[in-house]
Design a protein around this ligand. Structure first.
Ligand SMILES: [Zn+2]
Length: 477
């Protein structure tokens, strides 16, 4: 055999090795590999209850065959799917969901000092995955290079974590609420910021409280010219005006809408108490909200539900469970406990959360696209690993069926991120991003927390193992 031939064979061989290496776990650290239970072999999950993410009713006794990280077949278990050797998982008493696609998942968490936010990409990326999120959008960054590099490391298989749509630094004017946000004056600085970060690797943008109409228009046009979407946490600009300017998505559904503040000044963020009281007196089934919902639907604006962050500040609501609080360093936990007690003991009783739920339900009933996110900010307590499941539970409490709540948290997000063909539901040809739950959340949504394995591209991680390793690490790294 001549040297040329050898070269040719080597080329073929090298390519094969390279191709399979990209989907296995060799590049991960030993620490991370310890969380892997199924390392990419073909897998057959049998006799499982399936909630497939399309909104279809749960199906019993289903089998799902995964090959090379892709869902090959989804069929009733009494039909023979394969006679090959595959690793089998008995799904009796268990429930299978698509991996969550959550769109408000920051890589930072609040410090006990108001306005201070610290990024914990190491623990958060692993915990988001352990909590069932296989794809996330960050919806605002205080450390964009960190988020970009994290997304790249995960995409290259160097560490576990969800696929990340990295949102750029907050596009905000004065005054900023966090010390790590930039104050951008005028329209040129907005265009320059969008261009710079789009070039550096971010893939979406978020506008914040105080932009002017001109700044928002510039943000949207500059991002759209690069094929990127814009979401916003609005205050100075009404939802109606932002929809007319072409915004793609608005965060926190109706919870921060300034549209109903009487005599709202253009380009000025009203006092939060004014926004709150305008919403407190608004009829969730009335014409005023109905008109806004129709406009949002007509302009194709998706809303993001972030119920966990609003639950955290509502008196009388349950505390974050211990298994999530155990992830925090003592200082963060103490801070959470102190503020939670204060809110819990306050005389204020609030129907705000239930009203917000009703508004979200109505938006969907009228044909709107609702996405799901968790937003680990406020005073703490919304903790990756637990927060996604909590969002799904709260959507169910809002009156959505479990199939609808799962669709909002999976396929809706996938479609919004233009990934609906490859992820977001358990269907043949899609990536094997799956959550296996030990129990039946159809009868009892509390059982959603019993996540046993999370599969990303067919690689199965033990949720327990990741939680165990991240105990007391949020606040450190
Ligand atoms: Zn946020």
């Amino acid at each position: 055999m001549n040297i040329r031939m050898l070269h040719f064979i080597c080329l073929l061989f090298c390519f094969t090795v390279e191709a399979s290496a990209s989907s296995d776990i060799d590049k991960m650290s030993e620490e991370d590999r310890a969380h892997v239970i199924f390392s990419g072999y073909d897998i057959l999950i049998e006799n499982v209850q399936l909630i497939d993410g399309t909104g279809a009713a749960p199906r019993q006794n289903m089998s799902v065959l995964v090959r090379n990280g892709i869902i090959e077949k989804v069929q009733p278990s009494d039909e023979v799917l394969t006679q090959d050797y595959v690793q089998k998982i008995d799904g009796t008493g268990k429930t299978l969901l698509p991996g969550f696609v959550m769109v408000h998942e920051h890589m930072f968490y609040p410090a006990p000092k108001l306005g201070e936010l610290n990024a914990y990409p190491y623990s958060f990326s692993r915990l988001y995955l352990a909590g069932g999120s296989t794809t996330v959008r960050t919806a605002g960054s205080i450390a964009p290079y960190g988020d970009i590099n994290l997304a790249k490391a995960i995409a290259a298989g160097k560490q576990p974590g969800p696929d990340i749509d990295v949102t750029g630094p907050y596009l905000e004017a004065s005054p900023v609420i966090a010390i790590k946000q930039a104050e951008l004056e005028g329209v040129e600085s907005i265009a320059r910021t969008v261009d710079y970060w789009a070039g550096a690797g971010v893939t979406s943008f978020k506008v914040y409280n105080n932009l002017s109409h001109a700044q928002l228009r510039t943000a949207i046009n500059t991002a759209h010219s690069r094929g990127m979407k814009v979401t916003g946490h609005l205050c100075s600009i009404t939802y109606a005006d932002a929809a007319k300017l072409g915004i793609d998505n608005i965060e926190h559904s109706f919870a921060v809408a300034p549209d109903f503040v009487a005599n709202k000044q253009a380009d000025t963020c009203p006092d939060p108490r004014e926004v709150f009281s305008s919403l407190a007196t608004l009829d969730p089934d009335g014409d005023e909200l109905g008109t806004l919902i129709k406009l949002l639907i007509e302009k194709n604006v998706a809303l993001t539900s972030t119920l966990p962050i609003f639950e955290a500040s509502t008196p009388g609501r349950p505390k974050t469970p211990d298994y999530a609080l155990d992830l925090l360093i003592p200082e963060l936990r103490q801070s959470y406990e102190r503020i939670w007690q204060r809110i819990h003991n306050s005389a204020l009783s609030s129907n705000y959360l239930s009203k917000l739920m009703r508004m979200e339900k109505r938006f969907v009933e009228m044909g709107g696209t609702l996405l799901a996110g968790t937003d680990p900010t406020g005073y703490g307590g919304v903790i990756p690993g637990w927060s996604a499941v909590r969002e799904v539970q709260l959507l169910i409490e809002a009156g959505f069926s479990i199939s609808e709540a799962v669709k909002i948290s999976t396929l809706n997000g996938a479609r919004f991120l233009d990934k609906g063909r490859s992820i977001g539901s358990v269907e043949p040809g899609k990536r094997a991003d799956l959550i296996l739950i030990d129990g039946n959340p159809v009868h009892d949504p509390r059982q959603l927390v019993n996540i046993e394995y999370v599969f990303k591209e067919g690689i199965g991680f033990s949720a327990k193992s990741i939680f165990e390793a991240m105990k007391g690490k949020v606040g450190l790294y």
